[in-house]
Design a protein around this ligand. Structure first.
Ligand SMILES: Nc1ncnc2c1ncn2[C@@H]1O[C@H](COP(=O)(O)OP(=O)(O)OP(=O)(O)O)[C@@H](O)[C@H]1O
Length: 514
């Protein structure tokens, strides 16, 4: 398929707000694409490169290269060039990359060049696109979107399933199933303001402690154990404790869902930042295991004995979990079968969980299935402090002690049109270690630096605590955060899952009038 086709449809999709029109445009494109290229087309439309970012600075990208007159560049050729770009290493790498880049841009027409530049810089990331692309693929393949969505959730990869269904239709969907060893999108939670609100929304439910660590999905088949993060990256080697524990369990074909935390000598959980640095890629695992041992606490089981359990209700999945995992390695829970009669007991569980140093509680509908990859209304988190997940849009160079470090962060929430609306700035809450880390990360994401402010690709999510909202004429959403401070970086969370302007506003119905 020609890149020109993808670039044209991408522009048309971005230019229309009607979802049905977007779906129709994409369906037409996928129907015309060879099935084995569908994955690549989906990735490009969403602004993703399967190879990851090939380390080209914005200056190199901005250089003018005479465009081609006619569109002849195929998506396969772009993919090959990006693979080549990613492979360039060693002395002379920069010149090598420029040569490949110039050849690529030189083969592209002016509109294709624009598309390629935004793709390579990563500046345009349409997080919402995957959902529409899925509907487009379903329409092109003539299968129900719900069936396709389920297959994608089981398989974990839209590109892979799209290729299969476009080639083999509904028949191909039937062969897609959850496999031990292949990570599946984890179920996510909505939120409630209080335990009472959660009980009212869910009815009979179970309350679990919400541990503040790293989500892990643990797969075991025979003696082979693999550990994946929330974003499905494999981290088996970084958490040998988890693999050891999984290997010691009495079962040999299962998938568990849980959270890894560390505990001090007093049994209280250590701060999240320490756990996050424990799984960092440059950590000496053997040494870290001595200084900061961690342990998994499981709360769900997705498959056991080779059987898929996703559709079973929580209480049945939990019975399987309890047979597989000893109590000491499970999260604590309270079954609230009768919310009206157990309201006081539920409040005690909440108070006790907080007193033990945990982040909050999770309430889960007793009869609910495991909705992989979805932010369900059947799981509700309740935390004592209101926090937001916002995206860093830019950062200002620090002064004094912070000279040479990127400090003051410009924070944005997702707006309805797919862009980000800035809600405020903050340089508070950042430890020296966090400042160092974010400077390094934001430099990788930089698209422009005027000496004061570095504008970045909107990819880094940060969790923010704040005291409220105030009206503001300075910011595009008409509101600004009051006393925002950074709690943590969330490199594991994609910007497409950051909070939206609408949810931020909805959390503050009593916003002071001007
Ligand atoms: N008992 C539990 N059940 C489910 N998830 C739990 C539990 N304890 C801790 N967690 C963590 O809480 C997260 C669920 O919250 P959510 O789906 O909102 O994701 P999140 O945005 O990463 O959460 P948060 O921002 O609150 O850390 C899970 O991803 C998991 O890491």
């Amino acid at each position: 398929m020609l890149l020109a086709e993808v670039a044209r449809v991408s522009a048309e999709v971005a230019g229309t707000s009607a979802r049905s029109r977007k779906t129709a445009l994409l369906a037409e494109l996928f129907a015309a694409a060879p099935p084995d290229e569908a994955g690549l087309v989906i990735a490009y439309l969403a602004g993703r490169l399967p190879q990851g970012r090939p380390g080209i600075g914005w200056r190199a990208l901005a250089r003018e290269v005479p465009p081609a007159g006619e569109p002849t560049l195929a998506v396969g050729a772009v993919d090959a060039a990006v693979t080549e770009l990613a492979a360039v290493a060693g002395p002379g790498a920069q010149a090598g990359r420029r040569r490949i880049l110039d050849d690529l841009l030189g083969a592209a027409t002016a509109p294709e060049q624009r598309f390629l530049r935004s793709l390579l810089s990563g500046e345009v990331r349409q997080g919402a696109l995957d959902a529409v692309a899925l509907e487009g693929v379903a329409a092109a393949a003539g299968v129900p979107a719900t069936a396709l969505r389920r297959a994608v959730m089981l398989d974990g990869s839209l590109p892979r399933v799209a290729a299969a269904v476009l080639a083999g239709g509904e028949e191909a969907l039937r062969t897609v199933t959850l496999r031990v060893g292949r990570p599946v999108q984890p179920m996510l939670a909505g939120s409630a303001k209080s335990v009472a609100e959660a009980l009212a929304a869910l009815g009979p439910c179970v309350l679990e402690e919400k541990l503040d660590g790293i989500r892990v999905q643990v797969h075991r088949e025979g003696d082979a154990v693999r550990v994946y993060t929330r974003s499905l990256d494999e981290i088996t080697d970084r958490l040998p404790e988890v693999a050891d524990l999984a290997r010691a369990l009495p079962g040999d074909a299962f998938i568990l869902d849980g959270e890894v935390i560390g505990q001090g000598a007093d049994g209280r959980p250590v701060p999240f930042q320490e756990i996050a640095s424990r799984v960092g890629s440059r950590v000496d695992v053997a040494a870290a295991r001595q200084t900061l041992p961690v342990a998994p606490y499981f709360f769900d089981v997705l498959a056991a004995g080779g059987e898929v359990l996703l559709d079973l209700p929580v209480h049945e999945r939990f019975a399987t979990l309890a047979a597989l995992v000893p109590e000491a390695s499970r999260v604590r829970r309270l079954v609230v079968a009768d919310p009206a009669a157990q309201a006081a007991e539920a409040e005690r569980f909440w108070a006790d969980t907080l007193a033990r140093g945990h982040e909050g509680v999770m309430a889960k509908g007793l009869d609910s299935a495991y909705a992989a990859g979805r932010r369900g209304k059947h799981w509700l988190k309740v935390k004592p402090v209101h926090t937001l997940d916002l995206v860093v849009l830019a950062a200002e160079w620090g002064h004094g002690r912070r000279t040479g470090l990127l400090s003051n962060l410009h924070l944005g929430a997702r707006a309805a049109d797919g862009t980000f609306a800035m809600l405020g700035k903050t340089f508070k809450g950042l430890t020296d270690e966090m400042l160092r880390w974010q400077t390094e990360r934001l430099r990788e994401l930089a698209v422009e630096d005027d000496g004061f402010t570095v504008r970045v690709r909107p990819e880094l999510v940060v969790e923010i605590a704040y005291d409220g909202l105030q009206r503001s004429t300075r910011y595009p959403a008409g509101v600004a955060l009051r006393f925002a401070r950074v709690l943590r970086h969330r490199p594991d969370k994609p910007a497409s899952e950051a909070d939206t302007v609408a949810t931020v506003l909805a959390a503050h119905p009593g916003l002071p009038q001007r």
